[in-house]
Design a protein around this ligand. Structure first.
Ligand code: ADP
Ligand code: 5GP
Length: 200
């Protein structure tokens, strides 16, 4: 990469809205994007890889990461802990990558404090019923855990006004195109031009 410094891109929204699905597609098409791999105490789902989807850690190790200041932000969500490792993020930004953080709302608010210039996007479901159906269809949580996530979603959906961009994930290809547009717009901001002094 060049000596350009990357930007932080925060994607948030309720569980099951399609954040991971949209991101997978956007990242496949853009080699200057990197994913920030979070640490979590949640158990891996079938097919999830340690170090790629998450760093799966014990609660003791998570607490240690918090105590050592290794996490940029962290939050408890639906009975598990999640956090963004600070060093790998900084390294990727220094290497010029734009780094995507897929995090819940409390974490996004904390990133607003440390990276106020980041791009903040909220992914919205077309309806609450659609969200319920997507979570059920994904089939990765028990009915009790799904109910808990949906309860949390009700509060999360009220927070959308805190975010710069809203993408309604109805048709997947539209949502993917919109996120690509947001990222492109972010790269064209005057502040990015000044930071990286490309061109004249
Ligand atoms: P999140 O990462 O926000 O928790 P996922 O990306 O895991 O959500 O998506 C939840 C479920 O919804 C998955 O089964 C996924 O295939 C499905 N899904 C995502 N986006 C759409 C869409 N636009 N239309 C229909 N199903 C979708
Ligand atoms: P899941 O268990 O479905 O993978 O994730 C649950 C929620 O945790 C999602 O809303 C996801 O965006 C969020 N999450 C994942 N990693 C992090 C993180 O590092 N920090 C915070 N605050 N939330 C995270």
């Amino acid at each position: 990469m060049t000596n350009k410094k990357g930007q932080v891109i925060v994607i948030t929204g309720p569980s099951g809205v399609g954040k991971g699905t949209i991101l997978k597609s956007v990242m496949e098409d853009d080699s200057s994007l990197c994913f920030s791999v979070s640490a979590t105490t949640r158990a891996p789902r079938p097919g999830e890889e340690d170090g790629k989807d998450y760093f799966f850690v014990s609660r003791e190790r998570f607490n240690e990461m918090v105590a050592q200041g290794e996490l940029l932000e962290y939050a408890e969500y639906s009975g598990n802990c999640y956090g963004t490792p600070r060093k790998p993020l900084e390294k990727l930004l220094d290497q010029g990558y734009d780094v995507i953080l897929d995090i819940e709302i409390q974490g996004a608010r904390n990133v607003m404090k440390s990276y106020p210039e980041a791009l903040f996007t909220f992914i919205m479901p077309p309806s609450f019923e659609t969200l319920e159906k997507r979570l059920a269809k994904r089939g990765t949580e028990t009915p009790e855990k799904i109910a808990l996530r949906l309860e949390t979603a009700k509060q999360e959906l009220e927070c959308y006004k805190e975010f710069q961009y809203i993408i309604v994930n109805d048709k997947l290809e539209d949502a993917v195109a919109e996120l690509q547009a947001v990222i492109t717009a972010g790269r064209c901001r005057c502040t990015e031009y000044i930071k990286n002094k490309r061109g004249m």
